[in-house]
Design a protein around this ligand. Sequence first.
Ligand SMILES: Nc1ncnc2c1ncn2[C@@H]1O[C@H](COP(=O)(O)OP(=O)(O)OP(=O)(O)O)[C@@H](O)[C@H]1O
Ligand SMILES: [Mg+2]
Length: 371
Amino acid sequence: MPPASETAASALLDTPHRLEVTGLTRAFAARAVVSDVSLQVAAGQVTCLLGPSGCGKSTTLRMIAGVETPDNGRIQIDGHDVFGPSANLPPEARGVGLMFQDFALFPHLTVAGNVAFGLAGDKAAKMRRVDELLEKVNLSGFGVKHPHELSGGEQQRVALARALAPRPRVMLMDEPFSGLDNRLRDGIRDATLAVLKAEGAAVLLVTHEPEEAMRMADEIALMRDGRIVQRGAPYNVYNAPVDRAAAAFFSDINVIRGISKGALTETPFGAFLTPGHLDGAEVDIVIRPQHLKIDFDRAGRGPYPTMSEGTPARGTVLRARYLGHASLVEFRMDFDGSVLTASVPGVFLPKADTPLWLMIRRDRCYVFPAC
Ligand SMILES: Nc1ncnc2c1ncn2[C@@H]1O[C@H](COP(=O)(O)OP(=O)(O)OP(=O)(O)O)[C@@H](O)[C@H]1O
Ligand SMILES: [Mg+2]
């Protein structure tokens, strides 16, 4: 007999993902909008489908919900086909909850009536579930009100309670926070996350905002032109982007172009290791603004080179802006007149034309083929 730990591990492996999507594909008028999208979401996990406008996020979600028919692919919930070669369940038979940006509540129903809308069963059981959810979304006592008596944030929480009431196995959320003003949004995101985790549904949340995805997701699926280009924990997707565009989607980036020779690329900031790039190939060395280090000018000389930060290069300040948590300083570089941007925590506002030296944190730059 295998030891207990092995049995537990194999049981885990055998457990199907709550939501499993394989090779989902959809074209409109011969234009591919979603191409070969595969993803899995476990119960209690939040996956954010993140990407620029028009990349196919909503279409993917709509196919999983059952309101759009895929051209190809398979959608399984708890190991059962809800769409595939031999299945195409209607939305109401899939066990999914939906929450969209325009989460229209029924205006003629009370808050309790809205939340109870999709519930079956006897009245007492329904009311218990409604009370339980209103408490979870912090709206106990609001059951008798009507939607027009609520703020935008309160309405959003009612919509969340309504979507969760029938205990969906999968929650599909399309930009559910984009109608809320900025100050409300952070608090509501965190509260929503707590409720979703407590309910244990598998959540697929669509957003075009990297910050929202970083805040909400256990896993980010980065989408571009109908395809998922990278998947992983927020830390990994941010810190190990697959290409230049993936890096640029999360923050401003600086790019220094060079030519690889013998797995090295010479730049005004010293030589960078560029293994895997052929001799003569153009490469882009990509650095986020917070990974440029600034040092003072010492009568025309900069600091000494170091192993971790390479050779300093000089530039003059174009402009400096204070953003609250950090200052953003733009430089015109002496070596070719290009502009690089550094971000410094706190207040650092040097005057325009001040000469300063920049260095690149070697462990935080990425090398990609030039594009
Ligand atoms: N029913 C349709 N008929 C034709 N084209 C469509 C249809 N639905 C979506 N599209 C097109 O498919 C592309 C992807 O649309 P989709 O709504 O999935 O994008 P999105 O990633 O959700 O974008 P956004 O962030 O702006 O909401 C768009 O170019 C859109 O115009
Ligand atoms: Mg959309």
